[in-house]
Design a protein around this ligand. Structure first.
Ligand SMILES: Nc1ncnc2c1ncn2[C@@H]1O[C@H](COP(=O)(O)OP(=O)(O)OP(=O)(O)O)[C@@H](O)[C@H]1O
Length: 268
């Protein structure tokens, strides 16, 4: 642990999950990676700072919760009796989640700054921070608020067409400018897994994530296929990793979770 005081003092590793644009599966990956890390015996927290689309509470089937305060700050919501997966979503604090859509930058920045440092996590192995899409004031607010604590790095989520779009490259430039280490790139929605025969077909081009990783000299963490069983599990708030332990998608997610742990451990 670091010698700092405060709510992140007992958090061993902090990882940001970023994407250049919305809808590429950033919240999905955050949720599944958290579940995979928990399956590997780790204590995990998710901080959902996606002000305009907090979707993780639904994915983890905890819905809208009333969060409580203790002396140290906001008490996160635990998804299980063992308290091995804790979640704090900015959505819990908003009376009406649609309100934030019209907030101006400074109001969002102030709320995020306070939010990041005010959650009483207790002891955690990994804290995954799900950020809004793009590179905005909100991201800077997250990075600034976490600066006191050592952030291990960022996972960048992209789709197979990554190379043809500039948004992930902007994301990488953001990491460089803010001194965030890129732990690696994940290609999501990489091929379609047929629910009948489990065969994987490449609907879009494939390999954009890997190519981008090479071009930008970043590690490639792996591909997750477009899997209807994954989206329906998320929709129903079911733990996909427990429901489909034999699926190729499970294997892919697990492999990425282990690659993240290794990358953090190796770089210390
Ligand atoms: N590998 C996948 N297979 C099937 N469905 C997926 C996969 N990844 C994501 N999805 C689905 O795609 C939709 C968008 O995913 P998600 O909400 O995770 O994206 P996001 O990047 O977090 O979006 P935003 O930043 O706008 O919140 C969801 O309905 C999710 O269930």
């Amino acid at each position: 642990f670091s010698t700092e005081k405060g709510n992140l003092a007992q958090v061993r590793h902090v990882v940001l999950v970023l994407s250049g644009k919305g809808g590429v599966g950033k919240s999905t990956l955050t949720t599944e990676l958290a579940l995979a890390l928990r399956q590997a015996g780790k204590k995990v927290g998710i901080l959902d700072v996606d002000l305009c689309g907090p979707s993780i509470p639904r994915m983890l089937s905890v819905g809208r919760q009333e969060v409580h305060q203790c002396d140290a700050g906001w008490v996160p919501v635990y998804t299980d009796a063992h308290k091995s997966l804790a979640l704090m979503s900015i959505g819990f604090l908003l009376e009406n989640p649609d309100d934030a859509v019209i907030w101006r930058g400074p109001k969002k920045t102030a709320l995020i700054g306070q939010f990041v440092s005010d959650v009483a996590w207790g002891e955690l192995d990994y804290l995954l921070v799900d950020t809004p899409p793009g590179t905005s004031d909100e991201h800077l607010a997250v990075v600034e608020s976490l600066r006191k604590h050592r952030v291990d790095g960022a996972i960048l989520v992209t789709t197979p067409q990554a190379v043809s779009t500039g948004d992930v490259r902007r994301e990488i430039a953001f990491c460089k400018k803010t001194g965030l280490r890129v732990l690696g790139i994940v290609e999501n929605m990489s091929g379609f897994v047929c629910p009948h025969c489990s065969e994987c077909t490449n609907i879009f081009s494939k390999g954009g994530g890997e190519e981008l990783a090479k071009l930008t000299d970043s590690p490639f963490l792996g591909c997750v296929p477009l899997d209807p069983q994954l989206s329906s599990s998320l929709e129903e708030g079911r733990d996909f990793l427990q429901a489909f332990p034999d699926s190729a998608t499970f294997g892919a997610i697990n492999q990425i979770a282990h690659a993240v742990m290794t990358s953090i451990a190796e770089r210390g």
